[in-house]
Design a protein around this ligand. Structure first.
Ligand code: OAD
Length: 254
């Protein structure tokens, strides 16, 4: 990516002598180069399963053993030595250092690679793999091992533990905080997301209505690509660090 003329609008309109407020949304594409498969790049199959088989409350009622097994495998894979934060995750941690409270990082990803890359404040709107939730109290627990229907819940001792994942048909987390930040954003950046799953796919419109400059970084134009002011096509590990450098350099001293 070159620091080219198209960004002139961004810096003319969005920078008014104060640091811009930035919202970044990430999706599976940012973790693809870390060895975690995306959802929609494999004939609609996610690790050989249709999403409805493993990522809906109905699937959990019908075949809990399969759902536990599936997320246990994902949790184990995430903790394998070969899965590591990549340059895109690290660049967003650098952006957090530079912008502090003026940056909100929202991820649809359930992996912990943003945290591994150095980000401290990440909203996991679709839940987290390294967490288990009591379906009675809704309390969550850091969880690195496998668990299933027979694992006693730490808070009530019952057979109530489920993966701490937001399944299709369930309400994503932190929505008030996210919409609040989007309505005050000067810059909105979506990285590695196909734009197929709402409400996240609608964030670009909310940000745009609030007057934000909107940028997409993706391997190929997403379903919502036409809604963005700027579209950067390429690998997240190369494009995100370059974009972060531009933003930090151009806002230095504000
Ligand atoms: P998808 O798998 O739908 O989309 C991933 C996007 O990343 C695609 O548009 C790819 O082109 C792009 N991509 C792949 N490799 C890339 C790379 N190296 N650099 C940049 N872009 C790359 O994933 P999401 O949009 O995140 O929900 O999916 C949204 C939600 O659907 C997920 O959070 C999950 C899923 O079902 C739940 O589990 C609730």
């Amino acid at each position: 990516m070159s620091d080219n003329a198209t960004f002139i609008n961004l810096f003319k309109n969005q920078l008014r002598n104060t640091p811009p407020k930035i919202v970044v949304l990430t999706g599976a594409g940012i973790s693809a180069e870390s060895g975690i498969k995306t959802f929609r790049d494999n004939d609609g199959l996610w690790e050989n399963h249709r999403v409805e088989e493993v990522a809906t409350p109905e699937a959990f009622v019908e075949n809990p053993a399969l759902v536990y097994r599936f997320y246990n495998a994902r949790r184990e894979q995430l903790q394998s030595a070969s899965v590591k934060a990549n340059e895109a995750h690290k660049a967003l941690a650098k952006l957090e250092k530079a912008f502090q409270d003026n940056l909100l990082l929202v991820t649809q990803n359930v992996d912990n690679l943003h945290e591994q890359g150095g980000s401290n404040r990440v909203l996991h709107m679709h839940g987290e793999l390294l967490s288990a939730r009591c379906s009675r109290s809704e309390k969550t627990f850091v969880w690195r091992d496998s668990f299933d229907e027979n694992t006693p819940c730490p808070c009530c001792g019952g057979k109530t533990l489920r993966p701490d994942i937001v399944w299709f048909g369930e309400m994503p987390l932190y929505m008030d905080d996210i919409y609040n930040a989007l309505s005050n954003a000067d810059i909105f950046i979506a990285i590695g997301t196909s734009g197929n799953v709402y409400p996240a796919a609608g964030f670009v419109q909310v940000a745009q209505e609030a007057g934000a400059y909107t940028i997409e970084v993706n391997l190929a134009p997403s379903s919502t690509n036409a809604l963005f002011d700027e579209s950067i096509t390429g690998l997240a590990s190369a494009e995100v660090p370059a974009l972060v450098e531009i933003i930090i350099n151009r806002t230095a001293g504000l």
